[in-house]
Design a protein around this ligand. Structure first.
Ligand SMILES: Nc1ncnc2c1ncn2[C@@H]1O[C@H](COP(=O)(O)OP(=O)(O)OP(=O)(O)O)[C@@H](O)[C@H]1O
Ligand SMILES: [Mg+2]
Length: 338
């Protein structure tokens, strides 16, 4: 089957599966035995990505997108939950995370290209490290692969002996992408990869990502708060609110027929993303307190459709909908509150 963006996706298989992922920071007890508050950054998250697919994750600042990304690449351990790559569990309850496998198969592209590269190392040294440590390549194999990597991201091989500060933002992000590709991963987790770039450079990097996906059969998890970029690039989208997925579906379904009131709010706050009214006052309220998550739906205080039920219990993602669109809402848009 072809994706919305035209690349082949194998819908019979799963590249990456995340089940009931939870991440709390802090917590535990003080020296005197008093319980310490924990930040509930990710509060039970499940999704899967098919081979060759681009899954977009959107949501406002602080909703837990980067925390999910960091768990996917093994930089953080989940408090609970599983991460499975092609049937192989890489993080599961009660067992140590398989960090080396994670690092080889799932790679991370960071938001800020220049500061994510070590300023004291040349590009050759930066790109050689994963080839040596994760792939065990000899010096001559590394030299060959470095040339291929630079060609893949459209950079001249003589740039290899320069330092990160000698590059523009767009070039530095190409190097960040080359570094992520070095270990020949199956999945790239791209955390706001173009947010720090000028619009014209953004387009070049996004085109490069599309080309690389086809060339190397990659699967992407693409995190962004830019709905325009997500709409153009992604096959499916998951909308996060306060550490949970509140709606997911094909990009077209989600943009044409958003069911969750938060998704509507997000789309309405972007001029031209969807025909709609401007968000009302409640829409500008802040996220709930991550130290004390509410019992009910976290969006209820901002939602015009919220009922007592929404304040009492948190709805699960509803899987009954057609074409895979799922929504975690007792009163989805278009259905009246009872
Ligand atoms: N190491 C940490 N220790 C304590 N709290 C943390 C830590 N990392 C993240 N958090 C908290 O977890 C929540 C989610 O943060 P996260 O960085 O994942 O959000 P985000 O969706 O990526 O936001 P942004 O769009 O601004 O990048 C926030 O409340 C944040 O303060
Ligand atoms: Mg982030």
């Amino acid at each position: 089957m072809a994706t919305e963006t035209g690349a082949p996706v194998d819908t019979t298989k799963t590249a990456l599966q995340v089940t009931d992922l939870i991440k709390q920071f802090g917590g535990g007890r003080s020296l005197l035995g008093r319980p310490l508050p924990a930040v509930h950054a990710v509060r039970g998250l499940s999704f899967e990505v098919r081979p060759g697919e681009i899954l977009g994750i959107v949501g406002e600042s602080g909703c837990g997108k980067s925390t999910v990304a960091r768990m996917l690449v093994g930089l953080e351990s989940p408090t609970e939950g599983r991460i499975t790559l092609r049937e192989e569990p890489l993080a599961e309850p009660g067992k140590p995370i398989k960090r080396t496998v994670l690092a080889r198969k799932i790679q991370y592209v960071f938001q800020d290209p220049i500061s994510s590269l070590n300023p004291r190392k040349t590009i050759r040294e930066i790109l050689s490290a994963p080839l040596y440590y994760l792939r065990g390549m000899t010096e001559s194999q590394r030299a060959e692969r470095l040339k291929e990597l630079m060609a893949a991201v459209n950079l001249r091989p003589e740039f290899l002996d320069r330092y990160p500060h000698e590059f523009s933002g767009g070039q530095a992000q190409r190097i960040g992408i080359a570094r992520a590709l070095a270990a020949e991963p199956e999945v790239l987790v791209l955390d706001e990869p173009v947010s720090a770039l000028d619009v014209s450079v953004q387009a070049q990097v996004l085109n490069l990502l599309q080309d690389l996906r086809r060339q190397f059969n990659l699967t992407y998890v693409f995190i962004s708060h830019d709905l325009g970029v997500v709409r153009n690039l992604c096959d499916r989208v998951a909308v996060m609110y306060f550490g949970r997925i509140v709606e997911t579906g094909s990009t077209r379904a989600l943009f044409d027929n958003p069911q969750h009131h938060y998704t509507r709010l997000l789309l309405d706050s972007v001029p031209g993303a969807r025909d709609g009214t401007l968000p009302d006052e409640a829409a500008n309220a802040e996220l709930p307190d991550p130290f004390h998550p509410p019992t009910g739906c976290a969006f209820a205080p901002r939602c015009s459709a919220a009922s007592e039920q929404c304040r009492q219990s948190d709805p699960e993602l509803d899987t009954r909908r057609q074409d895979g669109q799922q929504v975690a809402c007792y009163h989805p848009a278009g259905e009246s509150a009872d």
